[in-house]
Design a protein around this ligand. Structure first.
Ligand code: AMP
Length: 281
């Protein structure tokens, strides 16, 4: 595995792989890697000749009162994990390489960026879309891999790629969970042992929602009430949103009569946790 920080060296390595006829798979991350990230790298490894992983904690996607400074980091662990999972090129750009002095461009994917997490975290998806477009331009991947755990992010990136005719395929990969069901997240380290134990109520409520819909429940209001009841039992929790949406447009649904997604965001102690599940009525 080769590790590079400089953009010119990244381009050189990628150019060499291209000349050798290799397809390029790309996994952008913010580091503190876990099995969720590694599942994307494994998939990229299966599909491509060259696997590129980036680690960059992107300041542009954090709000002023969010956890940018405290965001967990573990470069030695990440680096050995990437190597184990068959990464060819690990890209660790410095902030001034991504955002050189005078940087003044941003990418706005309107509509789907403005609801749910976009409403609670204004500017978040502008930061995500901007950095991801920049990384796509640097890496020029054939395929890019994103976790469906961040469902809205996956839709925002897919829409950007479609709207701007970027020549790559965006691949959504299933959410990797802890044995008790909690979605794996770098932010789970913020949880106290008790909060961690109780946080599995989020995924349990989502699984219950999927089962209820399978059995014929079609009223979003009933599903939301059931989820709310579960989540309020978690100590130090505060619900940000519970939403049931069309799985392509994120239009809020009252009746679950098509492919839909239940999305939840809640604060548990110092952590803001998100999770979702697809519903096929
Ligand atoms: P992050 O480092 O949190 O920005 O995440 C980098 C990528 O890993 C994103 O595409 C996430 O959706 C994905 N990811 C994070 N957690 C999981 C998970 N539990 N299962 C699958 N993918 C994940």
């Amino acid at each position: 595995m080769k590790t590079v920080s400089r953009i010119d060296l990244l381009r050189k390595s990628i150019g060499q792989a291209r000349s050798a006829g290799k397809s390029i798979g790309f996994v952008p991350t913010m580091g503190f890697l876990h099995d969720g990230h590694y599942s994307l790298i494994d998939r990229a490894r299966r599909d491509n000749g060259l696997v590129v992983v980036s680690i960059f904690v992107n300041p542009m996607q954090f709000g002023p009162s969010e956890d940018l400074a405290a965001y967990p980091r573990n470069l030695p662990g990440d680096s050995s994990g990437c190597m184990k999972h068959g990464t060819d090129l690990l890209f660790l750009p410095q902030e001034d390489a991504v955002y050189p002095k005078g940087f003044s461009t941003s990418v706005e994917v309107s509509g789907i960026s403005e609801t749910l997490c976009g409403k609670s975290r204004p500017g978040h998806f502008r930061g995500v879309a901007t950095v991801v477009l920049k990384l796509f331009n640097l890496v020029q991947p054939d395929r890019a891999y994103f976790g469906l755990k961040d469902f809205q992010q996956f839709l925002v990136i897919s829409r950007m790629v479609r709207d701007l005719d970027l020549n790559l395929e965006v691949i959504g990969c299933p959410t990797v969970r802890e044995p008790d069901g909690l979605a794996r997240s770098s932010r789970n380290v913020y949880l106290t042992p008790e909060q961690r134990r109780e946080s599995c109520r989020i995924s349990k409520a989502l699984f219950q929602a999927r089962d209820d819909v399978k059995k014929g429940e079609a009223q979003a209001i009933n599903i939301k009430a059931m989820i709310e009841k579960h989540i309020t039992l978690i100590p130090d929790s505060r619900i940000d949103y519970i939403s049931i949406c069309d799985a392509d447009s994120l239009e809020e649904l009252e009746k679950i009569d098509r492919r839909a997604v239940v999305l939840v965001a809640c604060h548990v102690g110092k952590a803001r946790l998100i999770d979702n599940i697809l519903l096929n009525p």
